[in-house]
Write a protein that binds this ligand. Structure first.
Ligand SMILES: [Zn+2]
Length: 246
């Protein structure tokens, strides 16, 4: 009986496939695809912004990392967040943003309508994996989304900031937390910084300090994420089978 159980577990394990290339893999990404994504994540020092909100990014929003984020968000592969979030955590462990106190990690929330449509908040999944790797405290609902803002793509810098003004509120779970320390925001993509600045402003107005932001990918102003990005196929990457665009 134990042999059968062990075999069933092994079958289950082997039936998992790489979300990029469909090859059998014990992880969400096979070693070959993971290597390609890591190639997109060139080491970058924390970026200091004029608004005193340091940004630590795992990589540039391009090539395989861009594809991985598209797979995560638009092709409903939330399990990708575990590998990516842990990799982001390793980056933090190697080059953290200096803070006087241990920060509490708060993901950028989605508006409830978008959350319902997608079924998960990619930033929250990344943040959970990031905290499992780093051991930092996690407050999933530290921020709430009060307004369903327009998509940021296609808007100029000023319009992005206006679009996001008063978009966030402070969640009760953060308000009730004893000595949360500074807040470390976490998001998947950083483009102009309008989203995280708006979130930081909301938190600071309520008396919280914000020590910085960690993101999976930093986009250049001219490579701003638009709609779900089209995937170009490197060697072992097949186009996804069921694309869901929203
Ligand atoms: Zn693969």
């Amino acid at each position: 009986m134990w042999v059968q159980i062990r075999r069933a577990i092994a079958d289950l394990w082997l039936s998992q496939t790489c979300v990029f290339c469909d090859r059998a893999s014990p992880e969400s990404l096979c070693a070959s695809c993971w290597q390609q994504i890591q190639g997109s994540a060139a080491a970058q020092p924390p970026m200091l912004t004029a608004q005193a909100l340091p940004v630590l990014a795992w990589g540039h929003y391009e090539r395989q990392l861009k594809q991985a984020i598209a797979q995560l968000k638009y092709d409903s592969h939330p399990r990708l967040a575990e590998s990516l979030g842990r990799a982001l955590g390793e980056r933090w462990q190697a080059t953290p943003i200096p803070t006087r106190q241990r920060p509490t990690v708060v993901p950028i929330p989605l508006h409830p309508e978008k959350l319902k449509a997608r079924g998960f908040n990619q930033a929250a999944l990344l943040a959970a994996a990031f905290c499992r790797q780093t051991g930092l405290p996690y407050c999933e609902h530290g921020l709430t989304r009060q307004r369903n803002t327009l998509p940021q793509f296609g808007l100029g810098a000023d319009a992005r900031q206006t679009n996001l003004s008063d978009a966030f509120g402070v969640g009760r779970s953060l308000q009730q937390r004893q000595s949360p320390g500074p807040i470390l925001l976490l998001d998947d993509i950083y483009t102009t910084g309008a989203t995280v600045r708006s979130a930081a402003t909301t938190l600071r107005r309520q008396g919280f300090s914000v020590c910085g932001v960690v993101v999976l990918a930093r986009a250049g102003l001219h490579s701003a994420p638009a709609k779900p990005p089209g995937l170009t196929s490197p060697k072992c990457v097949r186009p996804p089978r069921h694309r869901r665009l929203n």
